[in-house]
Design a protein around this ligand. Structure first.
Ligand SMILES: NC(=O)c1ccc[n+]([C@@H]2O[C@H](COP(=O)([O-])OP(=O)(O)OC[C@H]3O[C@@H](n4cnc5c(N)ncnc54)[C@H](OP(=O)(O)O)[C@@H]3O)[C@@H](O)[C@H]2O)c1
Length: 324
């Protein structure tokens, strides 16, 4: 049996130019792990931040150089071997999941704990499956758990054209929400086709100053201040922020109790619960109610190019890598 595999490796922080396709040792699953033959993976903001060696990622990856050298958290593939303690899966099962910070997905094989994976529906491609874990669950947990979305509400999604937003539009429409999607001009047609009833080009219009009021704002970017965003809320409206700089997230947290009590506007900062709700998303896919938006797919050898595209912000939906 071949004991090496191809993987995209980074041994120093920097631009996508530091990523190299290399032959490395194939991982061996522990007793509570499965070995997955990776057939697709997708890029997340966390991969990008880790590659660049941003301050918050250094404690996880290594202060001077990355010790974890293979990025990639969202994967889909086929189980090749299982550890002796594994009960939910067997070789041959097709799966998807978020490796939850263990990384290693931009490679031909990766080891995963069984609780990081769910079965892939037969009608879902591996590329569609890899697009789902983090983005769809941020959208679901943001709208449903943090935002407590109700039928027919007026919902605005800021930064709607990327991975999270394209799922969020579709999920909000399942509640018959009146959805406004905010992103750059080139993405607005796509956002309408996903189900957004109104679109805003953020370079031309500030959604916090157009006089509209929303029951729920899901913010992927935190591109406007918290006080501006709460101004765009109706009474008892909810502002859910899930991405953006710490400088923007911190005031959101600090101002939350005052806003709730005095202004009757609710602020929630979402922390992703990895893989929680993933089976619900695969059921919605099987019922034809949501479809991942795929940018690419790129081959494994093209991962540096995929990162460049992601970093440019021009991608639509999820940037996906295929090894199928
Ligand atoms: N809370 C958690 O636990 C958790 C976990 C994982 C990830 N995250 C966060 O989730 C976010 C990932 O979302 P994603 O994958 O959907 O990102 P993404 O694919 O990069 O999409 C972001 C979208 O926002 C648009 N955008 C950029 N600047 C904007 C602005 N000023 N106003 C409105 N839209 C703007 C971008 O388009 P253009 O570039 O064309 O403008 C892009 O279409 C990241 O912020 C990440 O840090 C949070």
């Amino acid at each position: 049996m071949n004991s090496t595999m191809r993987a995209i490796v980074f041994t120093r922080y920097g631009s996508p130019d530091v990523l190299e396709l290399k032959e490395v040792a194939k991982p061996i699953p522990g007793d509570d792990e499965v070995l997955v033959k990776v057939l697709a993976a997708s890029l997340n903001d966390w991969d990008w931040e880790a590659l660049r060696g941003t301050f918050l990622n250094r404690p996880i990856f290594g202060f001077l150089r990355p010790h974890k050298q293979i990025l990639g958290s969202d994967i889909a593939g086929r189980i090749e071997a299982v550890g002796k303690g594994v009960i939910r899966f067997k070789p041959g099962d097709e799966v998807l999941g978020d490796l939850s910070g263990r990384w290693g997905g931009f490679a031909e094989y990766v080891c995963a704990r069984e609780n990081a994976l769910v079965l892939k529906p037969a009608g879902m491609t591996f590329e569609q499956a890899a697009a789902i874990p983090q983005a769809a669950l941020l959208a679901l947990q943001g709208l449903h758990d943090a935002g407590r979305i109700q039928k027919g509400q007026k919902v605005l999604i800021n930064g709607a054209g990327g991975g999270v937003g394209t799922f969020a539009i579709q999920l909000a429409r399942l509640y018959d929400a009146d959805v406004t999607a905010v992103d750059s001009a080139e993405k607005l047609d796509m956002l309408r086709s996903m189900g957004a009833l109104h679109v805003i080009d953020y370079k031309r219009e500030d959604f916090t100053r157009n006089g509209e009021r929303y029951d729920l704002v899901l913010d992927v970017k935190a591109s406007r201040s918290v006080s501006d965003c709460t101004r765009a809320l109706s009474r008892n409206g909810v502002y859910v922020v899930l991405g953006g700089s710490i400088a923007r997230l911190l005031p959101a947290l600090l101002l939350s109790p005052w806003n709730s009590r005095v202004r009757k506007k609710h602020i929630r900062v979402l922390m992703l619960k990895a893989n929680v709700g993933l089976e619900h998303i695969t059921e919605l896919f099987e019922a034809g109610r949501i479809v991942p938006v795929i940018d690419g797919p790129y081959e494994l050898s093209e991962v540096p190019e995929a990162f460049r595209h992601f970093g440019s912000g021009r991608h639509k939906g999820k940037v996906v890598i295929t090894l199928a």
